[in-house]
Design a protein around this ligand. Structure first.
Ligand SMILES: [Zn+2]
Length: 163
């Protein structure tokens, strides 16, 4: 399995169907997460993502649910990561702490924290082949269509509306 380091983890992580490994080069710690966006039929300003962590040797099936990201974009986009009843970890678990820390920093991470994807599109899961797509972790059909990209478009549009 080859890995690719993401330049802009935020769009990828919240693209809808993302699998990635977060690596802290100072401590050597690493976690592989899966972040799946809930079906959003009305495509409104509220969005929800379910976060799981890889906890076994089978990277196809050994994922355990740890918490939910609640996203709101009514005025300013906010992301809130919380434990829910079905979480398989506590707030003291390192996998939960690392993900909370990433969200608290709005997925803008220091240089020693690397986010790698596995060569598949973060939005649709298809294998990436174009070098430009591998850089962003998003295929040509999905680039520009992720939640965060739509949010920034909406923010731009509302600016125009109010001025
Ligand atoms: Zn795609």
């Amino acid at each position: 399995m080859s890995e690719h380091t993401l330049e802009n983890p935020k769009d990828f992580v919240l693209a809808g169907k993302a699998i990635f490994t977060v690596e802290n080069e100072k401590t050597g710690n690493r976690f592989t997460y899966k972040v799946k966006q809930a079906e959003n039929k009305d495509d409104g300003p509220s969005k929800v993502w379910f976060v799981s962590v890889l906890n076994g040797p089978d990277n196809g099936s050994n994922y355990a649910y740890i918490g939910t990201i609640f996203g709101n974009n009514f005025y300013v986009p906010t992301l809130d990561f919380r434990l829910t009843k079905k979480s398989t970890v506590t707030k003291d678990a390192q996998s939960f702490k690392v993900f909370s820390w990433m969200l608290k920093h709005n997925l803008i991470l220091p240089p020693f924290v690397k986010v790698h994807h596995e060569g598949r599109c973060g939005r649709c899961g298809r294998r990436l082949t174009v070098p430009e797509s591998i850089k962003n972790g998003l295929g040509p059909e999905c680039a520009g269509k992720t939640s965060t990209q739509k949010w920034s478009e909406a923010a731009e549009a509302s600016k125009k509306f109010t001025t």
